[in-house]
Ligand binder design. Structure first.
Ligand SMILES: *Cc1c(COP(=O)(O)O)cnc(C)c1O
Length: 401
């Protein structure tokens, strides 16, 4: 049987069985649903996109996959060239992997080894944020800060290698003041912390982080697995503050195939580039640079660029602000909106119990977690469809149940 994610298998309710998907819609045998989750925030162009489908079909007729160990191919070369010219600054060196968690692992390994290669072996520590989520593998769990996902780590006791701080400049300065000589990196989900509760914070924090990282020679890592490709209203937050390592995943392939990339700046790349074999980056996921994933990623980026996706995202934000203006309820703690993300945080998780079935009846797929009712819709959504997603949220509080 299938062992489902984040579920107590004994008590979970049966998942909805999807038989078709097209545009923003998921289809079960009896219902048509707007996917307000974009399949974990990845399906930015919607389902069954004709051009993405064609990109995959034409590649599958050549080959679907060859390894990158000792081999290379045009889709991977073209994608790395595209990222090199498209991403800001000198983020020019693309290390591909099969998932966001692995790509974050690679970023953390790069940061640690960067200093080991320079003989600075005391720099073993990571500075990270409270409520961070960086994936479900062991080092990403440790960099993360959410007991609801990662309580199994308690078995090891408190981490000696990760310090978590709130998104406050004072806490940032204090941490750098105390442990800068032991830090190899600061890792953040910039501006928007996703799985930790759609928490939004100010750009000034990231600007100060950049200054402190420069002053103390600490690498700044942006985990833009969730925020990349427009979700915050910016193409990448890295366009506003330049990190040393950038991690992309989720929407990289338009949600078609699991793939991710860790992009290093020239400085980081050069920390590995010399005549000593032991200075090489010893990592190599079997499916890194998968030809289907690279082909569909190239087409996805082309759509994003040529169809003015940033203005689509601005429209989503405007409609969301308009529809939720003045909306309130005593059970609501806060409403947060940024780009293509909206979150209604409630005071008590029980307020959201039953919401998924309520939304299903109205033709919306939603998956609230803990105290967070959110939407991260595909960018191709129409105004009418978006109003329906938001209206369903409001109706729940209006007591239409
Ligand atoms: C989803 C996510 C990851 C993990 O990506 P997977 O592909 O699920 O391994 C890492 N970081 C952030 C910010 C994410 O949202």
């Amino acid at each position: 049987m299938i062992w489902y994610p984040y579920e107590q298998m004994k008590t979970m309710k049966a998942p909805y069985k999807i038989v078709d998907a097209d545009g923003v819609y998921l289809y079960t045998e009896e219902q048509k649903l707007i996917d307000s989750v974009s399949s974990w925030w990845s399906v930015i162009h919607g389902y069954k996109h004709p051009e993405l489908n064609r990109a995959l079909i034409s590649q599958v007729e050549k080959f679907s996959h060859v390894m990158l160990g000792g081999l290379t191919h045009e889709p991977a070369q073209r994608l790395s060239e595209k990222l090199q010219s498209w991403l800001p600054g000198d983020l020019d060196y693309s290390f591909f992997s099969d998932s966001g968690s692995v790509a974050v692992e690679v970023a953390l390994k790069m940061a640690l080894q960067y200093y080991m290669n320079r003989g600075e072996e005391k720099r073993t520590m990571i500075l990270a944020l409270e409520h961070a989520y960086h994936g479900d593998t062991f080092k990403t769990m440790e960099a993360g800060d959410d007991e609801d996902y990662h309580f199994v780590l308690k078995a090891y006791g408190p981490s000696r290698h990760v310090v978590h701080i709130p998104t406050e400049i004072g806490a940032l300065e204090q941490a750098f003041g105390e442990i800068h000589d032991r830090l190899n990196c600061l890792i953040v989900e910039p501006l928007l912390q996703g799985a930790g509760g759609m928490r939004m914070y100010d750009l000034s924090f990231l600007k100060r982080a950049r200054e402190l990282c420069d002053r103390y020679g600490v690498l700044l890592i942006f985990d833009e697995v969730a925020t990349g490709f427009g979700r915050t209203g910016n193409r990448f937050v890295a366009d506003l503050v330049l990190p040393d390592i950038l991690v992309l995943g989720k929407a990289l392939t338009g949600g078609y195939i699991g793939h991710a990339v860790t992009v290093a700046s020239k400085k980081v790349f050069e920390g590995f580039y010399d005549d000593r074999p032991e200075h090489a980056l010893m990592h190599g996921p079997t499916f890194m640079g998968n030809a289907l994933a690279c082909s569909v990623a190239l087409k996805s980026i082309e759509l994003f660029e040529t169809r003015d996706y940033l203005s689509k995202i601005r429209r989503i934000e405007e409609i969301t602000r308009r529809e939720l203006a003045g909306f309130d309820d005593p059970r609501i703690r806060e409403i947060r909106i940024m780009g293509g993300c909206v979150c209604i945080e409630v005071n008590d998780a029980s307020t959201l119990k039953g919401y998924q079935a309520f939304a299903y009846e109205r033709g919306v797929f939603s998956r609230p977690f803990l105290k967070y009712l959110y939407a991260m819709v595909p960018y191709i959504i129409t105004e009418e469809e978006l109003v329906k997603v938001l209206g369903t949220m409001k109706d729940w509080f209006a007591g239409a149940r």
